[in-house]
Design a binder for this molecule. Structure first.
Ligand SMILES: [Zn+2]
Length: 466
């Protein structure tokens, strides 16, 4: 090699002559030779190899180091040798025990914990995750929040009425344990949830503050933990089957150490981190957040994580208005009050295509909030029920055409008619062949998917609503 040479050293520096040496020539010990070029010897460049060629200068340096060591030992003896020795001994013992801990295995301190959330469900099941435990019911408590706290069960009932699914064909969600939650959350945050007034603030239901915490845990937090478990389970299912829907979840205001806006657990962050840690081949994720509110929770969690691309479309004037979190958004679409179908769908289409063309992820997490619906008291947008159905279609088509696994969570949506719209959207995705029980991740060989891929070239022209 010429020029920079095999070591990547500065131009003009001679390469180190030692075999196997990877150290930069011209580093410590290099002395400028005649003409300014660095002249490097083995002794100067390579510690091990150079031992054979110790020069007088090297011997002098060694004697100097020995003198330093003698001074250090002298100081240690003067201070309290016994105490210093004991500290070092204890540190060594602790390090040894940590490395050989039976839970972690030898020299594997970062091995993931055991979880029930990644157990394979029966192959006959649809990748639709739900549990009756999702629904919050407690002596009318749920009526104190504008949220329809039983919407998840209603979605399932509509799908059953339409004969799309049956109870034994749904994947039963499991509650996320403390160990599962600690993959993202801090212990400090989980401890804070043991105070009822903290949960009352997060869920925006003031009377919760006056309930004993064991009631709050069972009646409010357990449903949210089960939905969180559902999102984590759906993440793996999406990778295995090409798509998955958690009928709940989408708590996009919660980050690792802060909840808010009815979001107590960071299910989106958890699902992505579980995939990164446990599923080979998943190292890039795209979050498409189309809830009416900004998803500041996952944005804070993935602030400096270049593996995660975040696209967020939201009403610019409403909660949370988190300026710091906005720095994590790669594709930000801020909407005005009362944005309607045509403008909304055009923006969603353009930016979903743009985001997926910019980076092809291994998984898409689609936060499909329905609080964009016209008349929603919190969302402030004016999209029709048909507009929401079309929006989900646009996102699924973009994912399926690129053969990227997609996980959908239902997130916000605060009106009584929301459940019917979510069910209609799932039925529409099925009728178009975008979701099916047999749909493999690649879609290869599935005539419905191949047809859909051919048809999707006309996506944009199909955006006008009937
Ligand atoms: Zn929302």
């Amino acid at each position: 090699m010429s020029g920079a040479g095999a070591h990547g050293e500065a131009a003009g520096a001679a390469p180190c002559p030692a075999p196997r040496c990877r150290g930069p020539a011209g580093g410590r010990g290099a002395r400028p030779g005649p003409g300014g070029a660095a002249r490097v010897t083995e002794a100067a460049c390579c510690r091990g190899e150079g031992a054979r060629a110790l020069s007088l200068r090297g011997v002098q340096a060694l004697l100097k180091n020995i003198h330093c060591l003698r001074v250090c030992f002298f100081v240690l003896f003067q201070l309290d040798f016994k105490r210093v020795f004991l500290i070092i001994f204890r540190l060594e013992i602790r390090g040894f025990l940590f490395r050989y801990s039976p839970d972690k295995g030898p020299f594997c301190p970062a091995q993931p914990h055991r979880t029930a959330l990644y157990e394979d469900p029966p192959a006959a099941c649809w990748p639709i995750v739900y549990s009756p435990d999702y629904n919050i019911t407690f002596v009318g408590l749920e009526k104190l929040h504008p949220f329809d706290a039983g919407k998840w069960g209603k979605v399932i009932n509509f799908l059953k009425e339409e004969k799309l699914i049956a109870d034994d064909l749904i994947v039963q969600a499991r509650e996320a344990t403390d160990e599962d939650l600690l993959v993202v959350h801090t212990r400090r945050y989980l401890n804070k949830l043991k105070w009822s007034f903290v949960v009352a603030t997060i869920t925006e239901i003031p009377p919760v503050a006056f309930l004993p915490n064991f009631v709050v845990q069972r009646k409010v937090l357990r449903p949210l933990r089960t939905q969180t478990g559902g999102t984590i389970m759906a993440g793996k299912l999406a990778v295995d089957r090409g798509w998955a829907i958690n009928v709940g979840g989408g708590f996009h205001h919660c980050s690792s150490d802060k909840g808010g806006g009815f979001c107590a657990y960071a299910d989106i962050t958890l699902a992505i981190k579980f995939l990164f840690e446990r599923v080979q081949g998943v190292s890039k994720a795209t979050i498409i957040d189309l809830d009416a509110h900004q998803g500041n929770g996952h944005e804070r969690d993935f602030m400096d994580d270049h593996r995660v691309y975040i696209m967020d479309v939201y009403n610019r004037y409403i909660y949370p208005g988190d300026g710091f979190a906005k720095r994590a958004i790669k594709r930000k679409v801020e909407l005005e009050w009362g944005t309607e179908d045509t403008e909304y769908l055009q923006k969603v289409h353009t930016h979903v295509e743009g985001a997926l063309n910019e980076l092809k992820p291994d998984i898409i997490v689609y936060n499909a909030g329905t609080d964009i619906l016209d008349g929603d008291p919190l969302g402030g947008l004016a999209v029709s029920p048909q507009g929401i159905v079309k929006r989900d279609e646009v996102v699924f088509k973009a994912a399926r055409r690129r053969r990227i696994p997609i996980l959908m969570v239902t997130s916000g949506g605060y009106q009584k008619r929301t459940a019917r719209i979510i069910a209609d959207s799932i039925l529409n995705l099925h009728s178009l062949g975008l979701i099916d029980k047999e749909l493999a991740a690649s879609g290869a060989g599935n005539p419905k998917v191949e047809q859909m891929i051919r048809d999707s070239a006309q996506d944009f022209s199909n955006l006008s609503l009937q």
